[in-house]
Design a protein around this ligand. Sequence first.
Ligand SMILES: Cc1cc2nc3c(=O)[nH]c(=O)nc-3n(C[C@H](O)[C@H](O)[C@H](O)COP(=O)(O)O)c2cc1C
Length: 302
Amino acid sequence: MSEFIIAIHVLVFLSHDMKSRSSEELSENLCTNPVRIRKVMAKCKKSGLVITKAGVNGGYTLARQGRDINLKEIYEAVGLQIIESKWHSGDIESDCLIASGMTSYIDELFSNLNKVKLYCEEDIMKKYAVVYASKTGNTKKVAEALVKAAPDQFDMFDAADKPDLSAYELVAFGYGVDKGGPYAQCRDYMATISNKAVVLFQTLGAEGMGEHAMACAANGGMCLGKGNHILGFYSCQGAIDPKLIEAMRKMPAGPHSATPENEKRWAAAASHPDAQDLEKATAFMQHMISVYENYFKKMMAR
Ligand SMILES: Cc1cc2nc3c(=O)[nH]c(=O)nc-3n(C[C@H](O)[C@H](O)[C@H](O)COP(=O)(O)O)c2cc1C
């Protein structure tokens, strides 16, 4: 039974941030020695619950989300007998309701016990994810404002970490605009987002809802994978990196050079996203959640 407890503890620990952990790190958390951890983890690896990576940053990583693992798999992995019994008390022919009904009651009880998950989805699972690609922090600020719409329901990720979004019902994806579309570094990842309800958001140097912003938004939508439903879009101005402004001031005359109009636009962007942009972002996300929960889910269920 102690191996079962070790396996549960390790798998819950690995699932909380899905990072790779060495047997030494795990043993510290469990207050036991690394040899015991390695013995149990070898069994979990054989059963496909964890994967291992060699090297300096190596260790054990969960093979899939903790919410998708049930206790039956864990006790099978460590070689325990699952909860079952071939013997039944009572007699199904009996006139007594208890004696005749106990067989099916116990069968159902055991079957339910064997379906118990590593942890309870209702308690742990967040429904919505906000993922941002931000170099100078503007889009990250908007991402944080979106989370405020329902802090208990959101997980927030940096797109650079390429989070696995398979367990989330709704994904809000945001990026800083670079050359008329999402940052090049996040485009491959965006293409992996598919078959989701998606909310897009962006920050850019130009006017938040102007023509250029709409064209950038369309480009953003095109970077996503297949089968998504885009529920809505939020766009606001974001301060331009002063280093880029300095570089543009040195450019020969052209669309990006330091004309009075461009200087005015750069100066206007400098204070964004401001408190009002962020309040609007929170209200926008509240609206998106209600569209999703009250209409979209019902439409999709039909
Ligand atoms: C290299 C570079 C390219 C940019 N290209 C555009 C652009 O095409 N259109 C635009 O409106 N803003 C552009 N901007 C401004 C950024 O989109 C804006 O500053 C954004 O808020 C940055 O987001 P972040 O702070 O989340 O990285 C560019 C900025 C940089 C540094």
